[in-house]
Write a protein that binds this ligand. Structure first.
Ligand code: ATP
Length: 632
């Protein structure tokens, strides 16, 4: 975010330690302009709030001014009519002030809620545009805190901080004008005490700022911890490694730190209040003393009522001054909050539609990797000069050692990441020039980590095609070889899959996600075969589901099993981010290179019992199923 030097003000000089200064938001005109841009759509409501605040502040002060009349006109002159009149008037304006405050707080809450509504929607839409890189690098807890507590904080700021500043400033101005009109000497004396407030304020503000920052960081840490350890997979990990005690102690320590910080932050404010209230009692005494002297010496035109009014008005000033000085810390916190939120908004969208993006009328599914270079981090290329062509209707199997870059290759097709050099084209057009929605609609991915929502089978399927009929779902489930399983569920399509599909086995999840992709009906089918071992029945079922797809659809398979590899038209062998061999199974085995090594160490053993050896292997190579393979 563009930030220059702060415009000065109470918190820009000597307020924070060096370390704290690093986290201090720089309140620039640009920042303020940006904050106020969120208020702009509600400017008419804000004017109404402002009018309410001004009126309510005036009405709140009026009874103090009327006290003078009650004393001088009613009590001193023993005039019952005047006494009743001014008492009634005082009560009426107090009631009026309170009614106006109710209206003000309603409009205020309404504005604050609407602004947070706008901000949340904007943030969600922005985060959705973030690339996979953002979600793999950032802590999920941080992202959620930004969406929830930070934006909640903004609502607080608008509903209380901003209006408190306004209301207190207006009250102060009215009170000061009224005091000076009564007697300028006494007004000056009363006001002299006010600057003394700034002494304890600076200290308390500094301490509170420090604790607030630390407690926010601690809160983020706790959120991250909860997210990590109270998720299904986190719990599984902690249970299997017997880390419950360790995790509990880690949590308890952070939790304890949090409450200590909260107590200290709150107490820093309390000490401050104590000192302030002591100072507050000095002002009225001085007014009684000097006012009394002026009256006794007879040098000024002062009544008992006037002195009472001045003391009452001074009493009304301490609260706003106190709040305004305290608000300096709240204001800074608010600005820090806005800065944190804006920092997120300012993360550039890495992958977005080109301004001149094209949406072809139809898609064939020809994909070309043209000298592609790519790395997740700068200067650490994962793919180096990758070239291959996938023709419409054909299938490619990508094989290679773990970590060689197979998944990375397929990530580049739906533009989860953009290439650093070279290009990926779809039907002859650079994917960066294609409409993103169009491109992603053409690509269907069954990834290694199948992600299912915590809902029913039906809901998970409808995610791919919201208007799918039951018949269409049945067809997809049948093709994915999971129809029988669904039929065996008491609730059929309405059976719950559990959190992230954890109620299903690995194989069932895979097949359900194949069905989901089949419903999506993409031009290109990408299958990232799970490396984890499935039992042979599960493997067989998945194989039966994807075989026809490989035969009939344009597809790319990251393959770990020989049967999948053999079904493809071409095999690409990837090693250290480069395609080192390509061709047909038999030729690659004969080549005696990386593929034949992989074949000997992984594929042949993964599928075939050693003692059955070559003959069954030969049957596979020629595309036949072994006779004793378990049937569904
Ligand atoms: P496997 O067969 O084990 O799934 P793979 O061949 O698919 O492996 P990739 O997932 O493409 O391998 O990873 C290639 C390299 O890129 C690895 O060194 C990996 O550590 C790295 N890598 C993968 N994803 C990321 C990421 N999001 N950020 C940074 N590095 C990554």
């Amino acid at each position: 975010m563009a930030q220059g030097r702060g415009p000065g003000g109470p918190f820009s000089r000597g307020f924070l330690t060096d370390e704290e200064k690093a986290n201090q938001p720089k309140v620039t005109p640009a920042l303020l302009k940006r904050v106020f841009s969120y208020l702009k759509p509600y400017s008419r409501h804000l004017i109404l709030v402002l009018a309410c605040i001004a009126l309510a502040s005036f009405f709140t002060l009026l009874p103090s001014i009327l006290t003078g009349k009650i004393i001088d006109e009613g009590l001193v002159k023993l005039d019952l009519r005047a006494l009743v009149k001014y008492i009634a008037l005082s009560l009426a304006v107090t009631l009026g002030a309170n009614l106006i405050r109710v209206a003000e707080s309603y409009i205020n809450t309404w504005i604050a809620q609407h602004i947070t509504y706008d901000m949340r929607n904007q943030m969600y839409a922005h985060l959705q545009k973030m690339s996979q890189r953002f979600f793999t690098t950032n802590n999920q807890g941080d992202i959620i805190t930004r969406m929830t507590s930070d934006i909640d904080g903004v609502q607080q700021v608008i509903a209380s901080t901003f209006t408190n500043i306004l209301s207190n400033a207006i009250t102060l101005v009215i009170a000061m004008v009224a005091m000076f009109r009564k007697n300028w000497i006494l007004a000056l004396i009363g006001i002299v005490v006010v600057p003394l407030f700034t002494l304890p304020t600076r200290r308390a503000g500094k301490t509170r700022w420090k604790f607030a920052n630390e407690s926010q960081a601690c809160n983020d840490k706790i959120n991250g911890m909860l997210n990590e350890t109270l998720s299904a997979s986190g719990q599984l990990l902690s249970k299997l490694f017997g880390k419950e005690k360790h995790e509990y102690e880690r949590y308890e320590e952070a939790n304890g730190r949090m409450i200590r910080l909260n107590i200290r932050e709150s107490m820093a404010g309390r000490w401050f209040l104590m000192i302030l209230s002591t100072f507050a009692s000095i002002g009225p005494m001085l007014i009684y003393l000097v006012g009394g002297l002026l009256m006794i010496r007879g040098g000024a035109d002062l009544t008992i009522g006037d002195i009472t009014v001045l003391v009452a008005l001074l009493g009304k000033m301490y609260m706003p001054v106190n709040s305004l000085l305290n608000i300096q810390v709240d204001w800074m916190r608010s600005m820090a909050l806005f800065t944190r939120i804006f920092d997120y908004f300012d993360i550039p969208v890495e992958i977005e539609n080109a301004p001149d993006a094209v949406t072809p009328a139809r898609a064939e599914g020809n994909v070309v990797f043209d000298h592609v270079r790519f790395g997740y981090e700068k200067d650490r290329p994962v793919l180096k000069d990758v070239c291959f062509e996938l023709k419409s209707g054909h299938s490619i199997a990508i094989v290679g050692p773990s970590g060689s870059g197979k998944s990375t290759i397929i990530n580049l097709i739906p533009r989860l990441y953009d290439v650093d050099d070279g290009r990926v084209t779809f039907d002859g057009i650079d994917v960066r020039k294609l409409d993103l929605q169009f491109l992603r609609a053409q690509v269907g991915v069954v990834s290694q980590e199948t992600y299912l929502f915590n809902g029913t089978i039906r809901e998970n399927l409808l995610y791919a095609k919201p208007d799918a009929t039951d018949a269409e779902m049945e067809t997809a489930l049948r093709k994915a070889n999971i129809w029988e399983f669904v039929q065996n569920q008491p609730e059929k399509l309405d059976a719950m899959v559990g959190n992230r599909g954890l109620k299903l086995s690995g194989g069932e999840k895979q097949r359900l996600s194949i069905a989901r992709v089949l419903l999506k009906d993409p031009t290109i089918f990408i299958f990232d075969e799970a490396t984890s071992a499935l039992d042979s029945i599960s493997e067989q079922k998945i194989q039966e589901a994807i075989d026809p797809i490989i035969q009939s659809r344009t597809s790319i398979l990251i393959a770990h099993r020989l049967s999948t590899i053999l079904a493809a038209d071409e095999i690409l062998v990837v090693k250290d981010g480069q395609i080192v061999e390509r061709g047909q199974h038999r030729d690659l085995v004969a080549l005696g290179g990386v593929y034949s090594e992989l074949y000997e160490t992984q594929f042949s053993r993964a599928l075939l019992p050693e003692e059955d050896g070559v003959s069954e292997l030969e049957q596979y190579i020629w595309g036949q199923q072994p006779a004793d393979e378990p049937a569904e």
